[in-house]
Ligand binder design. Structure first.
Ligand SMILES: CC(C)(COP(=O)(O)OP(=O)(O)OC[C@H]1O[C@@H](n2cnc3c(N)ncnc32)[C@H](O)[C@@H]1OP(=O)(O)O)[C@@H](O)C(=O)NCCC(=O)NCCS
Length: 359
């Protein structure tokens, strides 16, 4: 087996074994081109000679197993699949991506996929070794990855390499129903005499002080979510979020900050507009709820402001309109958040563990 950088021409072969990876499918088809071009990263491929790929060689074809367990451990029936060998005598059997984070201290590991018939042969282990080497070469001091709580194979793989789980994250994709939520928001706000608002630059030091004392910030590994990667929520990043009016605070009548939410509307991968809460932090369920509803109110207003523009834009598809009624919340998993989510129509949800390793 050889590990090398991916070529554009690998894509089709790779996508053949990256379709039914999880119960919901896979996302490699949406990121391959992005990862291939991304600077500061390496898209790696493990390749194997065709005689190993085709252990049961039958003419020019490889017969894949009829039944393959998926990553969640459930059995999925797959119709016998004939793959024609190419003229070359090697082909990709695994993929992974590593990228140096903007702080230059951390590498982010993602997208490990090993073709079913090559699993439990240390292919993923070798890819991780290669990605850690990349990190060291780039001067990074830590490596991180996010793994679904249910993905026992991947968790065991990373734990064997010495990674430790540093925080648990909840992902909720919820359906928004018009201004139903905003009414709750307003009533709660007046009752508790708490003020929720978009943070200004004058709030910067108070926000930073709040985070330094926040248990949620510590438990979040001091990170926030962006396009399925977790980055450090440092002072500079807070400045950036305030500048872009993406940071919301809740304060009591003594103007003491009691919670923080960070929003993002920019989307990721091939999705241009996705409304997300990428960090959520407060001391109580009611304050979390107020923060959440305030963010929803802001989004609803911006949506109605933009509606006229969208209405005149014939290129906007139905799919986009459906997405505009959804909110993705990605936050450190707490019982308070779970409780709030019970009041919403949750389209899908998952839990993830953030893993770290010192290099
Ligand atoms: C998870 C995955 C990448 C592992 O690839 P692999 O090449 O089989 O892994 P390795 O052979 O290097 O395994 C190393 C260790 O990981 C653990 N492991 C790997 N597969 C496992 C499984 N199915 N069940 C339990 N532990 C597993 C074991 O501890 C293993 O060591 P061992 O074989 O000595 O017991 C592969 O199963 C896969 O592609 N799964 C689908 C995609 C996926 O979940 N990617 C990770 C997303 S974060």
């Amino acid at each position: 087996m050889k590990i090398r950088l991916a070529k554009k021409s690998d894509k089709d072969t790779i996508l053949q074994f990256c379709t039914d990876t999880f119960t919901w499918g896979d996302y490699i088809d949406r990121v391959f081109d992005i990862w291939y071009q991304e600077p500061d990263g390496e898209l790696l491929v493990a390749e194997e000679s065709n005689d190993k790929v085709d252990r049961n060689l039958n003419g020019n074809s490889v017969r894949e197993p009829n039944r393959q367990p998926n990553a969640d451990g459930n059995n999925t029936t797959i119709t016998a699949n004939l793959i024609t060998n190419t003229a070359t005598n090697v082909q990709p059997i695994a993929l992974s991506h590593v990228i140096l984070c903007p702080n230059k201290k951390r590498v982010w590991i993602e997208g490990i996929r090993v073709k079913q018939s090559f699993r439990r042969n240390k292919v993923a282990t070798t890819l991780i070794d290669e990605m850690l080497q990349f990190g060291r070469r780039m001067g990074a001091t830590e490596a991180s990855a996010i793994i679904s709580v249910n993905n026992t194979a991947s968790r065991s793989l990373f734990e064997k390499k010495g990674f430790n789980s540093v925080s648990k994250w909840g992902y909720y994709n919820i359906k928004l129903h018009g201004n139903k939520h905003s009414r709750i928001s307003v009533s709660n706000q007046s009752k508790n005499e708490l003020k929720v608002r978009i943070a200004a630059m004058d709030d910067l030091d108070n926000i930073w002080d709040y985070l330094q004392c926040s248990e949620i910030y510590r438990l979040s590994g001091k990170t926030y979510f962006e396009a399925w990667r977790w980055y450090y929520l440092n002072y500079e990043k807070i400045v950036d979020f305030i500048k872009h009016q993406n940071l919301i605070i809740i304060e009591n009548d003594n103007t003491i900050i009691e919670g923080v939410a960070i929003t993002n509307y920019t989307g990721y991968w091939d999705r241009a507009e996705v409304f997300q809460i990428v960090y959520l932090d407060s001391t109580s369920t009611s304050k979390l709820r107020d923060l959440l509803f305030y963010c929803i109110d802001l989004y609803t207003v911006s949506l109605s402001d933009n509606k006229k523009i969208y209405d005149n834009d014939n290129t906007r598809s139905h799919q986009d309109d459906d997405n505009s009624n959804q909110l993705q919340i990605i936050s450190y998993q707490t019982n308070e958040l779970l409780e709030i989510m019970n009041n919403f129509e949750v389209i899908d949800s998952a839990q993830f563990l953030l893993y770290d390793l010192s290099l």
